[in-house]
Ligand binder design. Structure first.
Ligand SMILES: *[C@@H]1O[C@H](CO)[C@@H](O)[C@H](O)[C@H]1NC(C)=O
Ligand SMILES: *[C@@H]1O[C@H](CO)[C@@H](O)[C@H](O)[C@H]1NC(C)=O
Ligand SMILES: *[C@@H]1O[C@H](CO)[C@@H](O)[C@H](O)[C@H]1NC(C)=O
Ligand SMILES: *[C@@H]1O[C@H](CO)[C@@H](O)[C@H](O)[C@H]1NC(C)=O
Ligand SMILES: *[C@@H]1O[C@H](CO)[C@@H](O)[C@H](O)[C@H]1NC(C)=O
Ligand SMILES: *[C@@H]1O[C@H](CO)[C@@H](O)[C@H](O)[C@H]1NC(C)=O
Ligand SMILES: [Zn+2]
Length: 502
C-alpha cells in the first residue's frame, strides 16, 4: 500500500531552523497536500535525516503539533544508533517516537550492485541475517526505505516481499500491518515504562552531534560535575550556601518556584527536556580544570528514577549525600509540614502520624507518614545510587557535624571535589542568635539562611525517640555495613545509634 505522509518541504533538516521557519515550510507542504487532495490520515511524519527528533529540537515538535497535529514519528537514533537491538521509543510533548530499524536501503541504493556486498549480501540479510532478525526481535518493526523514482524502483519492494515470505515460510510469527497511530498506541501499551524519555548527553555521540540544534554549542556545554542529592531536611541548603562561597564553584540559578533546586531528575521537570535543564545554569559556566559547577536538589536522594536518569546524562558527576539521624529527619519533615500549614500535619500529632497504617481511612495520613519515614531508609536508597555510581563518586556528609562543626566537613567536601582548599574558618561564623553557622561573605556582615531554616521547635519526646530508633534499627545496621564495605567514613550519629541499641 502507498500512503502519503508529510516529510519536509525541500527535505529541510529540522535542527537548522527556527520555529517560524519550520512552521512556514510545513504550512507550505500542507497547502500542497490539500491542493492535490492527498489524503492525510495518519498524523505521522518522519524528519529528514532524523534531525530534530532525538536529540530533541523543540521547534520541530512544536511545529509538527501546530501544523499537522503529528502524533507519532520514529527514529533510529534513540537512545543511540548502535547497538540497533537497544533502540527504544519515548513520548515527548504528546508525540510518540517509535524505534525505527535499519534495512540498508538508502536514496542511492537503486540497484543490487549498490547494496554493500551486492545481491548475495542482501539475500543473506533477508534469509537469516540482519533484516530477518530485526523483524524477529521487534514485535513492532518500522523500516524506512527510499524509492527514488517512486513506483519504478523495485529494490525496496523486492526486499520486503522476500523478507515477509521468508518469515512466513520459516517461522510461525504472524505478521500484520498496522497504521502508525495504532502502532504507537499499541507500542506504549506494551512498553509503558519507555514513555518517559531518557536524556543523554548529545555531545558524546558523534551521530547526535551532526543533528544537534545549531544554537547548541558543545564547547560551552554546562552540565554539572557535582550534585548534592539530599535527602530533604538534612542540611542540604546549608551545604549549598557554604559551597557557593568557594571562588571556583558555580551553582545553578535559582528559580521562583523551587528556589535553589532544579528538581529535574526523577521529577516532573524532567519532562521539560534537556534544554530546560541546561537553562538552569548560568550561561558562562564553562567547567574546566579545578572548577565545579553543581546543583542541589534534595528530592533526588529517595527518587526511584533519579539515579538512572542522572547517570544517563552526567555519569561522571560526583555526588554528595548528607545524612543525619533518620529519626531526627523524620521529625524535622513533620515540623516542616507544620510550618507550611499542611492540613494533615496540623490535624494530627507526630505520634499519630507515625501510628498511621496502610489501610487508614485517611489516605493522606499514611502518605505523610511515608514522607516522614521513607527517605530515612538510607541504605535502601543508597543501594540504588550504587547501581549507577561507583562508591568513590559518592561522598557521605555527616549532616549533624555540618551543623555543629562545619569547617572540617567543608574541607572534606573540597578535597572530594578536587577544589583548591580555602579556609572556611574565615568564611563561617557561629551565630549565637540563630544557633548555627552563617557565612561571612560580604564585609563583616554574616549572611544566614532564611527564617525557614534551622527552625526551633519542641524536641521529640523520649518515647518517640525510642520508637523511631527501633523503627530504623535494621536500616541503620544495613547502612553501617554498607559504609564499612564502601570504605566511607561512619557518621558519629550512626555510631551512637548503634551503640545505644546494641
Ligand atoms: C527564523 O529564521 C528565519 C530564516 O531562517 C529568519 O529570517 C528569522 O529571522 C528567524 N526568526 C527568529 C525569531 O529568529
Ligand atoms: C490527525 O490530524 C488531523 C489534522 O491533520 C486531525 O483533524 C485529526 O483529528 C488528527 N487525528 C488524531 C487522531 O489526532
Ligand atoms: C562555541 O563555543 C566556543 C567556545 O566558547 C567558541 O569558540 C565557538 O565559536 C562557538 N561556536 C559557535 C558555532 O558558536
Ligand atoms: C516566576 O518566573 C517566571 C519567569 O521567570 C514568571 O513568568 C512568573 O510570573 C514568576 N512567578 C512568580 C510567582 O513570581
Ligand atoms: C488492615 O485492615 C485489615 C482489616 O480491616 C486488618 O486485618 C489488617 O490488620 C490491617 N492492616 C494493618 C497494617 O493495619
Ligand atoms: C571586619 O572586622 C575586623 C575585626 O573585627 C576589622 O578589622 C575589619 O576592618 C572589618 N572589616 C570591615 C569591612 O568592616
Ligand atoms: Zn527523506
Amino acid at each position: 500500500q502507498f500512503v502519503w505522509f508529510p516529510h519536509m518541504w525541500r527535505h529541510n533538516h529540522a535542527h537548522r531552523h527556527n520555529l517560524t521557519y519550520l512552521e512556514a515550510i510545513m504550512t507550505q507542504n500542507r497547502l500542497f497536500a490539500e491542493m492535490y487532495k492527498l489524503p492525510i490520515m495518519y498524523n505521522y511524519s518522519v524528519a529528514p535525516h532524523h534531525a530534530g527528533v532525538y536529540p530533541v529540537h523543540e521547534p520541530l515538535f512544536e511545529a509538527w503539533r501546530r501544523v499537522w497535529n503529528i502524533r507519532v514519528t520514529c527514529t533510529e537514533e534513540y537512545p543511540h544508533f548502535r547497538p540497533a537491538s537497544r533502540r527504544r521509543g519515548f513520548v515527548y510533548r504528546g508525540i510518540m517516537v517509535l524505534p525505527r530499524q535499519t534495512c540498508g536501503l538508502y536514496t542511492h541504493t537503486l540497484l543490487f550492485s549498490a547494496y554493500p556486498g551486492g545481491h548475495a549480501a542482501l539475500t543473506k540479510s533477508i534469509q537469516g541475517g540482519e533484516i530477518f532478525f530485526s523483524i524477529i526481535y521487534n514485535p513492532f518493526a518500522l523500516f524506512m526505505t527510499h524509492q527514488q523514482n517512486y513506483g519504478n524502483d523495485r529494490l525496496a519492494i523486492y526486499t520486503f516481499e522476500n523478507a515477509v515470505r521468508f518469515v512466513n515460510c520459516w517461522t510461525n510469527i504472524k505478521l500484520k500491518w498496522m497504521d502508525p497511530l495504532k502502532m504507537g498506541i499499541a507500542y506504549f501499551q506494551r512498553f509503558p515504562d519507555e514513555r518517559t524519555p531518557v536524556w543523554g548527553n548529545p555531545c558524546s555521540d558523534p551521530r547526535h552531534l551532526e543533528i544537534l540544534s545549531s544554537d547548541f554549542n558543545c564547547s560551552q556545554l554546562a552540565l554539572p560535575n557535582a550534585v548534592i542529592v539530599g535527602p530533604q531536611k538534612t542540611g542540604s541548603t546549608a551545604l549549598y550556601a557554604f559551597l557557593k562561597l568557594h571562588p571556583n564553584v558555580q551553582s545553578n540559578v535559582e528559580n521562583n518556584v523551587t528556589y535553589e533546586e532544579p528538581q529535574f531528575f526523577g521529577g516532573k521537570a524532567y519532562l521539560n527536556g534537556l534544554d530546560w535543564y541546561l537553562n538552569q545554569f548560568p550561561f558562562d559556566s564553562g567547567v574546566e580544570g579545578q572548577q565545579v559547577l553543581f546543583e542541589k536538589s534534595a528530592t533526588y536522594f529517595d527518587s526511584p528514577d533519579a539515579p538512572r536518569q542522572m547517570n544517563a546524562l552526567i555519569d561522571e558527576a560526583k555526588l554528595i549525600i548528607i545524612l543525619i539521624n533518620p529519626a531526627k529527619r523524620a521529625y524535622s519533615w513533620y515540623q516542616h509540614m507544620i510550618a507550611h500549614k499542611d492540613p494533615i500535619a496540623m490535624k494530627y500529632s507526630f505520634a499519630q502520624v507515625l501510628a498511621a497504617t496502610d489501610n487508614d481511612s485517611e489516605r493522606k495520613l499514611w502518605k505523610l507518614r511515608q514522607r516522614c519515614i521513607a527517605p530515612g531508609r538510607y541504605a535502601h536508597h543508597l543501594d540504588r545510587w550504587l547501581e549507577y555510581y561507583s562508591p568513590n563518586r559518592l561522598l557521605i556528609v555527616d549532616g549533624e557535624q555540618l551543623k555543629d562543626d562545619p569547617v572540617p566537613v567543608m574541607n572534606d567536601v573540597q578535597q572530594f571535589l578536587g577544589l583548591p582548599l580555602i579556609d572556611y574558618k574565615q568564611l563561617l561564623k557561629f551565630n549565637e542568635h540563630k544557633g548555627f553557622y552563617c557565612s561571612q561573605a560580604e564585609g563583616n556582615k554574616t549572611k544566614c539562611l532564611g527564617k525557614s531554616k534551622g527552625r526551633g521547635y519542641e524536641p521529640m519526646g523520649a518515647e518517640l525517640t525510642d520508637s523511631l530508633a527501633k523503627l530504623y534499627l535494621q536500616d541503620n545496621i544495613a547502612l553501617h555495613k554498607m559504609i564499612t564495605k564502601m570504605g566511607w567514613r561512619t557518621p558519629r550519629w550512626l555510631q551512637e545509634q548503634l551503640v545505644k541499641l546494641s
